[in-house]
Design a protein around this ligand. Structure first.
Ligand code: SF4
Length: 268
């Protein structure tokens, strides 16, 4: 048995992605938001992404985990962390609905609790659940290789330089592309890049080129600026330019844009 730290477990719809292979956009999922993010904890020399949309999940050891009591109710109970993989399975069973597509692992960074994640994935596979991984970074690519057969769908968050998630942006981007490559053998995977008004064409070109080389679809996600921040959404011209740049490296059906549906609906 293994134990781990989770921020929240709830039922909702996947709010990110587009009509590209690997995306589960608009499909019903149960979300497991694991605690801890190595990028936010300085793994690559910064405090993580400047527009982090899950700041509560940055810390490793959250005392409490919020669990939705009934699918769709948006009412929650607090349970004590750490929890076991069997606890997680129990809550997943309770939140399972007939339209459930898959179980989404998000964060924080789900790969930051490797043993715990592997145990949950193994249990879920035994019960024929489909799984979806949302990831941005791991130091242990061999672990990712080992568990890739347990993951059906994956979104690798390939960070734009303007996120400031790494002191050396190229190191991070190359790692994320390596992760896409590893996942590709067993998993339907796509890359997601969040763009803002400060994103630059030449940086996006680097990402599009790398995705094109390995044939990974790319979703251009328009940033949802956090409250009271100075971050601005890209202009429509920028969005169309990014899409056209991506299509210079990938077929048009491997390129799409995305806004965070859940933020627009004001749901989890
Ligand atoms: S990788 Fe995710 S959790 Fe970590 S700082 Fe960036 S947005 Fe936040």
């Amino acid at each position: 048995m293994s134990q781990g730290y989770i921020q929240e477990i709830f039922s909702s719809f996947q709010g990110e992605g587009a009509a590209v292979e690997g995306s589960c956009y608009g499909l019903r999922q149960i979300f497991i938001r694991l605690a801890g993010c190595p990028l936010a904890q300085g793994a690559l020399g910064t405090k993580g992404c400047i527009w982090c949309d899950s700041p509560e999940a940055k810390a490793n050891h959250l005392k409490q985990c919020l669990v939705e009591t009934e699918a769709g109710s948006q009412t929650f109970e607090n349970i004590k962390n750490p929890v076991t993989e069997k606890d997680v399975l129990k809550h997943i069973r309770n939140l399972t609905t007939n339209d459930l597509h898959s179980i989404s692992f998000t964060g924080g960074e789900p790969l930051h609790q490797p043993e715990f994640l592997e145990r949950i994935l193994t249990l879920l596979k035994k019960e024929s659940y489909k799984t979806y991984l949302e990831t941005a970074y791991t130091e242990d690519v061999e672990f990712l290789r080992r568990i890739s057969h347990l993951i059906d769908f994956a979104c690798v968050d390939v960070k734009d330089r303007s996120t400031e998630a790494s002191l050396d942006w190229k190191v991070l981007v190359n790692r994320e592309i390596e992760m896409c490559k590893i996942l590709k053998d067993n998993t339907r995977v796509f890359a997601k890049t969040v763009v803002s008004k400060s994103s630059r064409k030449e940086d996006f070109e680097v990402i599009a080129d790398l995705c094109g080389r390995i044939g990974i679809p790319i979703v251009i996600q328009i940033v949802t600026p956090p409250d009271n921040s100075k971050i601005l959404q890209p202009t429509w011209r920028q969005i169309t330019e990014f899409s056209e740049i991506a299509a210079q490296h990938l077929p048009a059906d491997k390129v799409g844009i995305s806004v965070q549906m859940h933020k627009n609906l004001n749901i989890l």
